[in-house]
Design a protein around this ligand. Structure first.
Ligand SMILES: NC(=O)c1ccc[n+]([C@@H]2O[C@H](COP(=O)([O-])OP(=O)(O)OC[C@H]3O[C@@H](n4cnc5c(N)ncnc54)[C@H](O)[C@@H]3O)[C@@H](O)[C@H]2O)c1
Length: 347
């Protein structure tokens, strides 16, 4: 998918990961709307980008993504300014365990709102030609972080929501690909906030544990996250993909147990994800939260589609046959009709 003339909206685009993604999009000749709450940071971001890429390719719209009306206006302003919308990156996020309801508002509720607004501007349901949405989660969604319980919950939520919406897009023929990106630790201002009591509340006492994890697993540069993001944007085979970016494995994808045959048939054909790819852009570190798919071997679901599709255990007719042969005489003496029935059943 060529990006020349495409229009992207990036929330939280004024600094950190969002800013790196904005620069990558501008380098690919896309037009970009930077939507961010931070006026000063957004203004200086805009003037630096104008100096580098020329005026007219980038707009800054000051907006708090938790304000539904303001977010709706930001989407509309972007479409009015550049004529249409093709790419939405729901990236704005915070790390605040003290005001955890705000964390849910920014990290999860606003991602849901941003996805729905993106569909209003791009989906065939609304008479639009299609597009792509990428929601930013985190490797925190694959670990239990005692230091960030609510942040962790929001990032789990982003993955579940995105995967469900990707299937809805296929079933509803929206023409919009919806994917999720999960970076490990990235060198941005957000990562500094883990040491602040104002952000972490009572969990700040676990900060040494968190910092040990950072030392052990390494810290990525935003440019590598932008590289992964560009792949999700341009690879038209990807829908419902969960991209992970870690120091140990670079850019790669999480794999899940396939759905049951019944559910798969209802969902229709899905695109195969390409083989995982390593990136050499990061120093190799120990394997970080390597995904493992777990298949229970000693349990069987009692309800749901999996229960219907799973093979049922069967009593072997051979064991029964050997029993009958061993007691042939007794069975014959007692009831020949039973014997005849048994022979017919076994055969
Ligand atoms: N830095 C990491 O280690 C890391 C790791 C995994 C995932 N992430 C995720 O990546 C995304 C970007 O994080 P980052 O590290 O670049 O953070 P950052 O703090 O450097 O940048 C976040 C940007 O979002 C903006 N923002 C915050 N609240 C907003 C709001 N209510 N409305 C609009 N804009 C708002 C900020 O002003 C800022 O420009 C977040 O979703 C974060 O959870 C970060």
């Amino acid at each position: 998918m060529a990006l020349m003339g495409r229009v992207a909206l990036v929330t939280g685009g004024a600094q950190g990961i969002g800013r790196a993604v904005v620069e990558a999009l501008l380098r690919s000749a896309a037009k970009v709307s930077v939507v961010d709450i931070n006026q000063n940071c957004g203004d200086s971001c805009k003037s630096e980008l104008d100096a580098e890429f020329g005026g007219g390719s980038c707009a800054f719209i000051q907006c708090d993504v938790t304000d539904g009306d303001a977010l709706r206006d930001a989407f509309q302003k972007t479409a009015d300014l550049f004529g249409h919308l093709d790419i939405v990156i729901n990236n704005a996020g915070i790390n605040n365990e003290k005001n955890w309801e705000k964390t849910i508002g920014v990290n999860l509720t606003s991602v849901i709102k941003g996805t729905y607004l993106g569909l209003e501007h791009m989906s065939r349901e609304y008479g639009k030609p299609g597009g792509t949405i990428i929601n930013v989660s985190s490797m925190a969604a694959f670990m239990h972080s005692p230091h960030q319980p609510v942040y962790t919950a929001t990032k789990h939520g982003v993955i579940g929501f995105t995967r469900a919406m990707a299937d809805a897009s296929v079933l509803g023929n929206y023409g919009v690909r919806i994917n999720v990106l999960c970076p490990a630790f990235v060198d941005t201002p957000l990562l500094q906030s883990v040491e602040e009591e104002d952000n972490m509340g009572k969990f700040v006492k676990f900060k040494e544990d968190f910092k040990r994890s950072m030392d052990k697993f390494g810290v990525l540069q935003p440019s590598l996250i932008a590289e992964g993001m560009m792949r999700l944007i341009t690879d038209t085979a990807l829908n419902g993909a969960v991209m992970k970016i870690t120091c140990s494995k670079g850019i790669h994808f999480h794999t899940y147990e396939p759905m049951s045959a019944g559910a798969r048939a209802r969902a229709g054909p899905r695109e195969e994800l390409p083989a995982p790819e390593l990136s050499a852009s990061c120093e190799q570190k120990p394997d970080f939260m390597n995904e493992k798919t777990f298949t229970p071997t000693n349990t069987r679901p009692s309800s749901g589609p999996a229960a219907v599709d799973a093979p049922r255990p069967q009593a072997s007719p051979w064991i029964f046959s050997f029993y009958c042969l061993g007691h042939f005489e007794q069975i014959l003496n007692k009831n020949p009709t039973v014997l005849l029935f048994l022979v017919l059943w076994v055969s």
